[in-house]
Structures are given as structure tokens and as C-alpha cells.
Write a protein that binds this ligand. Structure first.
Ligand code: GLY
Length: 462
């Protein structure tokens, strides 16, 4: 855990942003996989972790905006728990580590909430994203399950997003630890990307590196020669010379901070000319947009800069045509770069996405576009110091999408459809780093992971 004053300060800052009422943070419970005691990996709720720090199931956090009192509700282990799971510090001891003095058993929470609600006090909750939260909140707040979402507090969402968006030095330190593990994962996978190995050999090995480093992966490993499928979780193919592996993977630290890195490399260790040409375009988009990222500029502008670099590069190769700015304005680049440049990262790999993507990534000044491609941009708002964002441009050749657009002659003034036949088996390339927005600009977090053509080939050859 971080020093206990960090948690106290966070709760006090949150309170200061709220008008009145009680802020209720249910922690996550264990989640059964195929029967009750055979559970998925336990993952605490990120907002609970942020304000109350305890990384264990069975806890509820309570902040009283009006009285300034914080509480943690949870049950001490009984002898049956101790026999099967070992002992753990008492609720009082755990709560003291995050500067909370007032504790109680879970059954006391229901009574405390009833008293608060009966006296007309507002109980603020964040959007529940697990079925069991809905059932629990329904019982606790005495509302039907179908009406629990009506209780969600926009005021609380906005306050939590404001606080969690700017990372402090402790959080940056954790993210950098997660990046050290990601570095090992990616260089290991690169060195294994040779014919004869299967995608699953690489995926399984790097997941093991994350586990052996103390945390799980921060999201299911994306690793495939079919990199044109953005989130490809199927790893069954044997690696074939001449194809490209896209590996998008990261680790989570024991304190649940994420890393999220993508590298793309040729099976066998040497880029062919076609791969190198596309790779250099994506690399330029990655480097130039990172260099341009700074407080005051919107992430939408940075995304569109990546789009222009990719469109310009594809025009130079003869795959696109016409005026680059007009092509990007019309959304023609999205045939090749259909996703957003990145997203916030922190305790969640898509940080705070459970609170609502538009609260996190957009505001009154920057609204989400409806245009194909741009609509997938998870964050368009102005960058601020302390934000950690991923920077992940990509270029893909998605045969199904090309066929639809070509059939419709869509934006044919900007796309040389006939030239795309030579790329049908290309797959895709994505290059991703994690970037901290600083007061004066930005910096790539973590120890550099091989990224240029020369660095990747040297790593694979070593
Ligand atoms: N790295 C996976 C994602 O951003 O969705």
C-alpha cells in the first residue's frame, strides 16, 4: 500500500468536490468460475483501491461528505476461513493502514444505510459493472435490481474521474514497475517469434512472466499473426515466415497498476520490404505524436496527427491518393487505422472505463465524433499534467472491411483499391508505448523496449 496519508488525502479531496451525502464504494467479491470455491483471479475494484487501498474481497468503503467521517465495513476471518485460506489482519488493522478508524461488520452497513436514507440523505454510488454488485446494492439500498443504475451519481463519477485522471508520483512509480515487466514480456516474445513455435507458446510464456513477477497480465494477451483483428485472443496458429506478429500485452503490479505495450515483429527476425515500409509509417506516427503530446492540446488533435501521418505514408506508397488533410477529414484513413490513438491508463488498463468512457475521455469542449474510426477514439479531451495515456497508432489491412468499402466505392477519391490486393495477407502493425503528460510536454514511461526496425531485428537476432 501507499503511505496512509495518501488515502486520507484522496478521500478528503473527493469530499471537497461533493455537495453532500454519503459516498458508498463496494469492493469486489470473489467471482466463481465453475463452482463457488473455484474462482477467477481476484481483482479489487479500482476506485475502492484508489480511496481505500485494501486489496481483498468483502469490504465496503463509506465517505460521509457532511461529517467528514470515513468508514470501512468488513467481516473478520473466522476459524473456517483461517483453516482454508490462512489468517489475515483484522478489519481494524487493515483499515488503520489506510487511515480509517471507524469500522464495522457488513451487517451493520445495511442498518447505517437505512438510517441515512430514511433521514433523506443522498447515497452516491458509481456505476456497477458486476451482476453481484447490482444484487448487493439492490438489497442495501432497498431498490429493485432493475432500478439500481438509476441511483448512480454523475456528481460522484465526475469527481472520481477528476482525481484519478492525474497520477501522483506513487502511481507513476507503480506504472513504471508494470512497464519493467512488460519490457521482459515483449523482448521474450520477440526472441521466440520463429517458425516452429505457435502463437500460444509466446502468449503463454509472457503471461507466465507477468505471473512470476507478482501480478497477472493487465488484460488478456493479444498476440497473433492476424494482427488486423484488433483484439485477437486466439493463439492457435503455428508461426509462418513472412508474417508479422502483433503482440499487445502488459502486466499488472501487485497494487493493480497496469502497463500496456504493443510491439509488432516479423516471424523469423527480418522485416521484408513491404513490412518495413508500413512499419516505418506507424513508427513515425508513434514517435511524432508522442513528441507533440503536451498539456493544452487535445488528444483528438494528436489522434488526427497520427491519422495524417499514416494517410501521408500510405499516399507515398501509392495506397492512398488525393489531399491528405481532406482524406483524414473525410475519414478515409480509417480503412487502415480504424481505432483511436490511445486511452488513459492507471489502475485500469482502460482507466476508469467502468465509470463511462465519455466522462473519462470527453467533456463539454470535445464531444465524441460519430465518424467511423474517430468514433472509437476513447479519449479526445485536452491533455493535462499527470495524465498517463497510451500511444498506439496502427495500420491494418482488414480484407472484410476493404471488400465492403471497395464494393461501395467508398471514398474512392482517396483510396487506390486495386493496389490493396497485394496486402490481403499482410495482417497489421501496431506500436504502443505508455506516455506521461508532464508540465512541459511528455515522456515515455519505463525503460525503452526495442522499437525501431534495427532494434527489433537486433533483439530477435540476439
Ligand atoms: N491494449 C489493449 C487495448 O487497449 O484495448
Amino acid at each position: 500500500m501507499f503511505p496512509k496519508d495518501v488515502y486520507r488525502q484522496r478521500r478528503n479531496s473527493l469530499r471537497a468536490m461533493m455537495d453532500e451525502g454519503i459516498l458508498l464504494f463496494p469492493g469486489n467479491e470473489e467471482s466463481a468460475m465453475n463452482y463457488r470455491d473455484n474462482t477467477y483471479h481476484y481483482r479489487q475494484d479500482s476506485s475502492f483501491l484508489y480511496f481505500f487501498g485494501i486489496n481483498k474481497p468483502g469490504f465496503y468503503g463509506w465517505c460521509d461528505v457532511d461529517s467528514g467521517e470515513d468508514r470501512i465495513y468488513g467481516d473478520d476471518f473466522g476459524i473456517d476461513d483461517i483453516i482454508w485460506m490462512g489468517g489475515q489482519p483484522s478489519v481494524k488493522e487493515l483499515s488503520a493502514e489506510v487511515a480509517v478508524d471507524h469500522t464495522g461488520p457488513v451487517k451493520a452497513l445495511k442498518e447505517a444505510l437505512r438510517t441515512a436514507l430514511q433521514s433523506g440523505r443522498r447515497v452516491h454510488i458509481l456505476p456497477p459493472y458486476r451482476g453481484d454488485h447490482i444484487v448487493t446494492l439492490s438489497a442495501l439500498m432497498d431498490v429493485d435490481c432493475t432500478r439500481v443504475r438509476d441511483q448512480v451519481s454523475e456528481e460522484l463519477i465526475r469527481a472520481v474521474v477528476k482525481l484519478r485522471a492525474a497520477k501522483d508520483k506513487y502511481e507513476i512509480g507503480e506504472i513504471e514497475k508494470a512497464l519493467e515487466v512488460a519490457g521482459q514480456m515483449h523482448t521474450t516474445a520477440m526472441k521466440m517469434a520463429f517458425p516452429g513455435n505457435y502463437e500460444r507458446d509466446l502468449a503463454g510464456t509472457i503471461e507466465g512472466i507477468a505471473l512470476a513477477s507478482g501480478g497477472p497480465v493487465s488484460f488478456p494477451v493479444i498476440l497473433s499473426m492476424d494482427g488486423q483483428i484488433m483484439h485477437n485472443h486466439s493463439h492457435h496458429q503455428e508461426l509462418v515466415q513472412g508474417r508479422i506478429v502483433v503482440c499487445d500485452a502488459g502486466a499488472e503490479t501487485p497494487m493493480c497498476y497496469a502497463s500496456d505495450i504493443t510491439r509488432s515483429y516479423p516471424v523469423g527476425g527480418k522485416f521484408n520490404l513491404q513490412q518495413k515500409e508500413i512499419y516505418e509509417i506507424v513508427l513515425e506516427a508513434n514517435v511524432k505524436t508522442m513528441e507533440a503530446s503536451r498539456p493544452g492540446i487535445t488528444y483528438k488533435e494528436i489522434h488526427l496527427m497520427a491519422a495524417r501521418i499514416i494517410a501521408g505514408g500510405l499516399k507515398a506508397l501509392g495506397l492512398m491518393k488525393g489531399d491528405v488533410d481532406e482524406a483524414v477529414e473525410a475519414g478515409a484513413h480509417a480503412l487502415f487505422f480504424p481505432h483511436g490513438l490511445g486511452h488513459m491508463m492507471g489502475l485500469d488498463v482502460h482507466d476508469m472505463e467502468g465509470l463511462g468512457e465519455n466522462y473519462v475521455g470527453y467533456d463539454d469542449r470535445v464531444k465524441r465524433s460519430k465518424q467511423f474510426g474517430l468514433a472509437y477514439l476513447r479519449m479526445g479531451r485536452e491533455l493535462e499534467p499527470g495524465f498517463v495515456v497510451t500511444n498506439e497508432p496502427g495500420c491494418y489491412f482488414i480484407p472484410e472491411l476493404i471488400d465492403i468499402w471497395k464494393g461501395e466505392k467508398r471514398l474512392e477519391q482517396f483510396i487506390n483499391y486495386d493496389r490493396l490486393n497485394a496486402y490481403r495477407k499482410f495482417g497489421g502493425i501496431r506500436i504502443e508505448d505508455d506516455v506521461l503528460i508532464t508540465a512541459g510536454g511528455s515522456r515515455v514511461l519505463g525503460t525503452p523496449i526495442p522499437k525501431t526496425v534495427q532494434e527489433v531485428e537486433a533483439t530477435m537476432g540476439s
